[in-house]
Ligand binder design. Structure first.
Ligand SMILES: Cc1ncc(COP(=O)(O)O)c(C=O)c1O
Length: 372
């Protein structure tokens, strides 16, 4: 056998959300934090039109898309790089900055792709304990940073917990880290945040030089998870590094066109955001009334903990699957007593709550809910 690079065999591959439920032709898919309202009809129509031009390579610079993103988020387009989903950009960032002598630091329970990408570069992984309520802890992050630390990865809000660092805490983190440490703020869920004390990190990005990258994606509020489009916003020196490493034709023509049309369909994305915020509150309250403990979320999902423990969470997941409802177990994050549920329409949320009520009632009746 040819040996892979250092660290590769220590990696656990990314665990994607389930997409199929046995016996259900069209399951309710609430396992991958996709948009509740799906793709904008205008974006669908625009993408269908591109099919005739696929004999040509896509624009390698994503010029029109970066222009549209710049207009939407008040960024200079030359400080934006687009990629095939933010996942690809996370890999490119880690490959650009991390080697076997470097450390990658993330909060406990952070979205796992950052760690996977860092380990694939041979970097060592440093994890800062979360607070007991799962919130990210700036003091712990600063205390865990070592002489090796080169990149800090901060998903804000975090997936799968839904917690966020408020702006003052984010600034305190940046100020407490050495200037030669790159802070990567993954703001995949930025549009769903309702906390007024939140800022995605854009204001921390310098023009010429800097040490902050902010990531965004079209997979969540823009309803284009299948098209694979993400972007990063950073200073020109970082952009020039990333542009050397990224694939030349990273974003295909259909995806570029779909993303531009999705940005233009402001009514659709606004409806998505409003729906998710409302249903997030509704689902959180309904789950609490069922006796589950819900981590307050600012994303398009909630993390529900079963006080009865890990076995109950596993049984609930199996029960939901038999009902054609797919949610996300998070054992791989060290949270075996919890399930992560993506926010959908009100009818979908009612289906989840009814099924869970039925499960909990039956389980209490037969006394077969066990502690892990
Ligand atoms: C925090 C976070 N970052 C990045 C991603 C990946 O997004 P993309 O579809 O753009 O690769 C996800 C997907 O769930 C996520 O939760």
């Amino acid at each position: 056998m040819v040996n892979p690079s250092k660290g590769i065999m220590d990696l656990q591959a990314y665990v994607p959300g389930a997409a199929q439920a046995p016996g259900s032709a069209a399951p309710l898919r609430l396992a991958s934090n996709e948009a509740a309202l799906g793709t904008s009809a205008k974006a669908v129509a625009a993408m269908a039109n591109v099919a005739r031009g696929l004999d040509r390579y896509p624009d390698p610079e994503c010029a029109r898309l970066r222009q549209a993103l710049g207009a939407r988020y008040s960024h200079s387009p030359d400080q934006i790089v687009c990629g095939s989903g933010s996942e690809a950009l996370i890999h490119i960032i880690m490959r650009s900055y991390l080697g076997p002598d470097d450390g990658f630091l993330a909060p406990e329970f952070a979205f796992s792709l950052g760690r996977i990408a860092a380990m694939s570069c041979g970097a060592s992984v440093e994890i800062a304990k979360a607070k007991p309520n799962l919130e990210m802890d700036v003091d712990a992050l600063l205390a865990t940073a070592s002489a090796k630390t080169k990149v800090v990865y901060l998903p804000n809000p975090n997936n799968p917990t839904g917690v966020l660092l408020k702006t003052t805490e984010l600034l305190r983190l940046r100020e407490g880290l050495a200037p030669n440490i790159l802070l990567v703020i993954d703001s995949a869920y930025r549009d769903y945040v309702s906390d007024p004390e939140y800022e995605p990190g854009d204001a921390m990005v310098g023009r010429q030089t800097g040490n902050v990258i902010v990531l965004g994606t079209f997979s969540k509020s823009y309803g284009l998870a299948g098209a694979r489009v993400g972007w990063l916003y950073s200073s020109l020196d970082v952009v020039s590094v990333i542009n050397r490493v990224r694939p030349a034709f990273a974003v295909n023509s259909i995806a570029q066109t779909g993303a531009i049309a999705a940005l233009e369909d402001v009514a659709h994305v606004s409806a998505e955001i409003a729906l998710v915020r409302t249903q997030r509150d509704w689902l959180s309250s309904a789950l609490s009334r069922l006796g589950l403990s819900v981590t307050p979320s600012q994303g398009n999902f909630v993390l529900a903990h079963f006080p009865q423990g890990a076995v109950a969470a596993g049984q609930a997941n199996s029960f939901l699957t038999t009902r054609g409802i797919l949610v996300r177990p998070v054992n791989n994050y060290g949270l075996p007593d919890a399930l992560r549920i993506t926010i959908g329409t009100h009818d979908q949320m009612q289906s989840v709550v009814s099924a869970l009520a039925e499960f909990l009632c039956a389980a209490r009746g037969s006394q077969n809910l066990q502690n892990a």
